[in-house]
Design a protein around this ligand. Structure first.
Ligand SMILES: Nc1nc2[nH]c(O)nc2c(=O)[nH]1
Length: 454
């Protein structure tokens, strides 16, 4: 497979259509050089200087690489598991924790690769993961994930998740799944030193991610915020996902969720929150003033019947909004282009049919990049990273469609034909070069069976 090299310019010429996530017209295509977008050409324009390589994009709709802001990769091993198929969050978690506690290093490697491959094939170039289970033998969970990300050539924000509030102390998770806060904080510091890259072209970033109000002590939230400040990394947690969680916060801390967030020093623009559903008007205004981001997870929120996030109100208040597929035990897919469709339709139910396809694609691209603090991603503009997804409309599902960009979501695109990360092709003709998908599916499925059967 021919890859672009720093000294060669590649012109993706005359696409069928392009969504740039800004006002630029990319009808003439995009010129890439040195891992960056060098030029965005309006219809009829040619590159300023000749390009060594030209790719005819006449069959392709080009978008920025999609960015996923919330996931739990390991949960690909517990998709569509009958005991929790019809459960809401708290019983769902309580049934799944003991299963997840049996996770091995091999399971996590397979689950991470499966999740990343599925995301990549759906047009996703940057993925955030929230890994919060570190059973005995899996202390190096994030190290395993780093390897898998590098093998697939994607970008990732891997969050060092944690649980420290077990059942004995009034929390939800079994005692066997929680860790000592000192161990959590020391490992967090180690991971940032080992892997966190800074700069526009960063491949791996690390963030700190105590799991949720009902699985983490107040003290760990405070100490994680202080550590994130010291190390200058981002903070992530679940918040305002369900009314059960709201009741828990009131009973345990005597506070509503946003008051709790503020009381532990997390109401800042360093933080992004998974879900963010149950906020009142005043809380939305406070989140907007603070610049705290939201990972909107529509499929999961419908699957677990958690509620509908007030995304347009959040955006109007200044909250950065991106999309997350959430863990694959509550979606149960890891497909970013489908998630954009789910977001479009769920938000139309709340706000009406005026919510546009472009707005939903904007959440999946530029919005998500902003939520992860990665403004060099998520947009087709000169100087941005050359992370792109190219979709064809050759399948039956698109036949008879007219507007190619609208067709992506309205006709239900589910797979990219080509995906590029930092100027390198990572998906070609709908396949990931070098990945034996059949073998991965066989091994991953067998690991999943072993895991649930104990
Ligand atoms: N959707 C999810 N919500 C969660 N809260 C929590 O503490 N863990 C989870 C999770 O895995 N998924």
């Amino acid at each position: 497979m021919k890859q672009s090299t720093p000294d060669r310019r590649l012109w993706l010429k005359n696409p069928l259509a392009a969504f740039t996530a800004n006002d630029l017209d990319a009808g003439g295509g995009v010129v890439l050089a040195g891992g960056l977008i060098a030029e965005v050409l309006a219809a009829g324009q040619s590159p300023a200087t000749p390009c060594e390589e030209v790719f005819d994009a006449g069959r392709h709709v080009i978008t920025p690489g999609l960015v996923n802001t919330h996931h739990h990769f390991y949960q690909t091993l517990t998709r569509a598991w009958a005991p929790v198929a019809n459960a809401e969050l708290f019983p769902w978690l309580k049934t799944l924790y003991p299963v997840w506690a049996r996770l091995t290093p091999k399971d996590l490697r397979l689950a991470t690769t499966a999740a990343l491959a599925e995301l990549l094939l759906s047009g996703c170039t940057t993925a955030a993961d929230h890994h919060y289970l570190f059973p005995h033998g899996l202390e190096d969970a994030i190290d395993i994930q780093v390897e898998a990300v590098r093998e697939l050539g994607m970008r990732a924000t891997l969050t060092r998740g944690s649980m420290s509030l077990g059942e004995h102390d009034g929390g939800l998770p079994p005692q066997s799944t929680v860790q000592d806060p000192d161990v959590i904080l020391a490992d967090s510091e180690r991971l940032v030193a080992a892997y966190h890259e800074r700069g526009d072209d960063a491949v791996i970033q690390i963030a700190l991610a105590p799991c949720s109000p009902f699985s983490v002590t107040r003290e760990l939230m405070v100490e994680s915020a202080a550590l994130a400040e010291k190390l200058d990394v981002r903070l992530h947690t679940h918040l305002a996902e369900t009314l059960d969680e709201e009741d828990f916060c009131r009973e345990k801390f005597g506070l509503r969720t946003v008051d709790y967030l503020e009381s532990v020093g997390w109401l800042t623009d360093r933080t992004w929150l998974g879900h963010g559903i149950h906020f009142d008007d005043a809380e939305i205004a406070r989140l907007g003033a603070a610049g705290t981001g939201i990972a909107h997870c529509p499929s999961s929120n419908m699957r677990l019947a958690s509620g509908t996030a007030r995304i347009l109100d959040l955006e109007a208040a200044g909250v950065p909004v991106g999309l997350g597929v959430d863990g694959s035990a509550s979606n149960d897919a890891s497909n970013m282009i489908q998630e954009a469709r789910q977001a479009l339709y769920l938000q139309r139910l709340r706000y009406g049919a005026g919510v546009s396809v472009e707005r939903a694609l904007g959440w999946a691209t530029r919005g998500s990049a902003r939520v992860l603090g990665r403004e060099s991603l998520g947009e087709i503009a000169p100087g941005r990273q050359a992370d792109l997804a190219l979709f064809t409309l050759d399948e039956l599902r698109f036949s008879g469609s007219h507007d190619p960009v609208a067709a992506l979501l309205l006709c239900g695109a589910d797979r990219a034909d080509r995906v590029m990360v930092g100027g390198q092709w990572r998906v070609v003709d709908g396949r990931i070069p070098g990945l034996d998908l059949g073998a991965l599916i066989a091994e991953h499925s067998s690991a999943a069976r072993r895991l649930v059967n104990g």
